[in-house]
Write a new protein. Structure first.
Length: 357
């Protein structure tokens, strides 16, 4: 049942919910199909664009359903033109960041799954600011469509989606999975599940649930350290789910799904880029169907660590490669527009403070 006390948001509706709603107005069900296709196939920017829906029905849709929750607050393009980042105001003034990255044939959107994050990883700008609220499936979906509409104007489209913006996707599991279901609906937006990646800080019960669901969506786990001692100084959640429960859960995931798991590792100078950490990492990942993604630390206001030197990165990766652990060094994009997780909101808040004090 759709709640009638709150205003309904279009992108929160699954197709059956949209059908139910339109039917409850005494309309033929195929109208729901029309609206769904305008929304997800033709990427309409308003109900008015839905030209084969009768005018009276478009008016009713406008009255009953909110078309957008996202209002751009800050919109930045990197100097190389390849990265665009938008800080959106939601209708209640909480905020999310969404980044579009272009690289050769790829157009990747980095989507937020919460407004802020309550998990407090020390080096993360989002974690430094705390949680505002969970966002809804529709607020996740709208971030994606917003960028795809922009790309459509240039005859391009999104090729990849990563849930690596603000927030912990597995702390908002239900809404994130509903968004995935809406985005991958073959009769609608039809985005390939294999081109979606969800990144988690390591909420073990949700990793287990995700493994059971056997979705085609890729899973990445933010590891960043190979000992509990170090990991819990960076990611407080490690106290609740230490490596001895996290790593077996990751292994089980690969066994159950036959899918490769990715590990994220932000390289921080003389913190987690040592020979000792590399060797321990090899030990814990040995034999697992996995891949390690390295990224040099993005500097943030609240964390003193620096990115690793090239030499340290080279040596660290060499140890992994020699031991048969596939790994990639990701390029950091859009530094000049604060494109790291949560950084634009941090910068906007800092400027605000400067302006208002
Ligand atoms: N909450 C999820 C997804 C969002 S963060 C998670 O933690 O996995 C996406 C990725 O960015 C994570 O791997 C996170 O550890 C990393 N990250 C956060 N702050 C960073 C920074 N300052 N530099 C480099 N990577 C960072
Ligand atoms: Fe939250 Fe992920 Fe940032 Fe940690 S790294 S604070 S889990 S968004």
């Amino acid at each position: 049942m759709i709640s009638r006390d709150k205003h309904i948001f279009l992108f929160d509706l699954s197709f059956p919910q949209l059908q139910e709603l339109i039917k409850s107005w005494g309309e033929l069900v195929f109208r729901a199909k029309q609206v769904w296709e305008w929304t997800y196939k033709k990427l309409a920017g308003s109900f008015d664009e839905m030209s084969d829906v009768p005018k009276y029905l478009r008016e009713k849709l406008k009255q009953e359903i909110t078309f957008t929750h996202l209002t751009p607050h800050t919109d930045l393009l990197s100097s190389d033109g390849w990265t665009r980042k938008i800080l959106f105001d939601l209708h209640d003034k909480s905020q999310v960041e969404t980044v579009l990255m272009g690289y050769e044939e790829r157009r990747t959107a980095c989507i937020s799954t919460q407004a802020g994050c309550g998990l407090g990883c020390t080096f993360c700008a989002t974690g430094q600011a705390g949680l505002q609220r969970n966002i809804t499936a529709g607020e996740i979906v709208e971030q994606v469509l917003f960028f795809d509409r922009v790309l459509q104007l240039k005859d391009a489209k999104l090729t990849n989606l990563v849930f690596m913006g603000m927030g912990e996707p597995f702390a908002n599991y239900k809404e994130v999975m509903k968004a995935v279901d809406i985005l991958t609906d073959p009769n609608g937006y039809n985005f390939g599940a294999r081109r979606i990646t969800i990144s988690t800080v390591g909420l073990v019960p949700m990793i287990e649930q995700f493994a059971e669901e056997k979705r085609q969506v890729n899973l990445a786990v933010s590891l960043h350290a190979a000992t509990n001692e170090l990991r819990e100084t960076m990611l407080p959640i490690n106290k609740k789910y230490p490596l001895e429960v996290l790593i077996p859960a990751c292994r089980d995931y690969t066994v159950k799904t036959h899918r490769r798991i990715s590990f994220e590792w932000a390289l921080i100078n003389n913190v987690n880029d040592t020979r000792e950490q590399a060797k321990l990492l090899v030990k814990i990942l040995k034999g697992m169907l996995c891949h390690v993604n390295f990224i040099p630390l993005n500097p943030t206001i609240g964390y003193k660590g620096q990115e690793s030197t090239r030499e340290n990165i080279r040596k660290f990766r060499e140890i992994l490669t020699k031991n048969g652990i596939p790994n990639t060094l990701r390029i950091r994009r859009g530094i000049d527009i604060h494109a790291g997780c949560g950084q634009l909101r941090q910068e906007a808040a800092r400027r605000n403070k400067i302006l208002h004090t």
